[in-house]
Design a protein around this ligand. Structure first.
Ligand code: COA
Length: 180
């Protein structure tokens, strides 16, 4: 049986100490970027896409745990992206999408363990995240993916009907938004 818990409510630090490495494993396993020039570059990459959210928004950082308390997936994000200038500094490409933040204020990242994919877990995590931020008065959520990624179908199925492709340097990014 899978249980979804927020990082904030995980309780004793010991439990959090066991769970955090599981989250990091899924983060690197799911990441498209596999090679890093140095340990510092690897740490900075993880900070931008994972640690920052644990540090600043542990109340909307949710972890899916199996019966052995093993992490099977997580979702993290910020309810109101515009309130965080440091995110704009870490992600300069935000300037290309920031005009959409009034309609879709929340920014999210989600990943599931390879063996746990395609079983509905991602949809469950998305629901928990959306319900949490909606109860705080947030009117919409967004994520940024790649136009040719398999996960596009996952977000469409979950109601992310708004999409816009933006070019950043040599890459195409796909902004997807949902009204809550
Ligand atoms: C995207 C992801 C979070 C969805 O969670 P999930 O529990 O697998 O999703 P659900 O079971 O609720 O929905 C199934 C849909 O998820 C997507 N999906 C399933 N396996 C996937 C995979 N290995 N990679 C990317 N998307 C996948 C597909 O759209 C799938 O629908 P389909 O089978 O009709 O193609 C999860 O598959 C995952 O972690 N994928 C790899 C990392 C990733 O793409 N993260 C999002 C970055 S923006």
């Amino acid at each position: 049986m899978i249980q979804v818990k927020s990082l904030q409510n995980l309780g004793p630090m010991l439990e959090k100490g066991r769970i955090w490495p599981g989250i990091e494993n899924i983060f690197f396993e799911s990441s498209v970027k596999k090679k890093f020039e140095s340990p510092e570059e690897r740490a900075a990459f993880k900070f931008k896409y994972l640690d920052w959210y644990a540090k600043n928004h542990s109340g909307c950082f949710f972890v899916a745990l199996d019966q052995d308390q093993k992490v099977q997936g997580y979702i993290c994000g910020t309810p109101n992206t515009s309130l965080h200038p440091e995110l704009f500094e870490m992600h300069p490409w935000f300037q290309k999408i920031s005009h959409l933040f009034a309609t879709f204020p929340a920014h999210l990242h989600i990943n599931c363990a390879e063996k746990a994919r395609g079983l509905g877990l991602g949809s469950t995590l998305l629901n928990v995240f959306e319900n949490t931020i909606h109860s705080q008065g947030i009117i919409g959520a967004h994520l940024v993916t790649s136009p040719d990624s398999r996960n596009v179908g996952f977000y469409e199925k979950n109601g992310y009907k708004f999409s816009q492709t933006v070019e950043w340097k040599t890459a195409s990014l796909l902004f997807m938004g949902k009204t809550l």
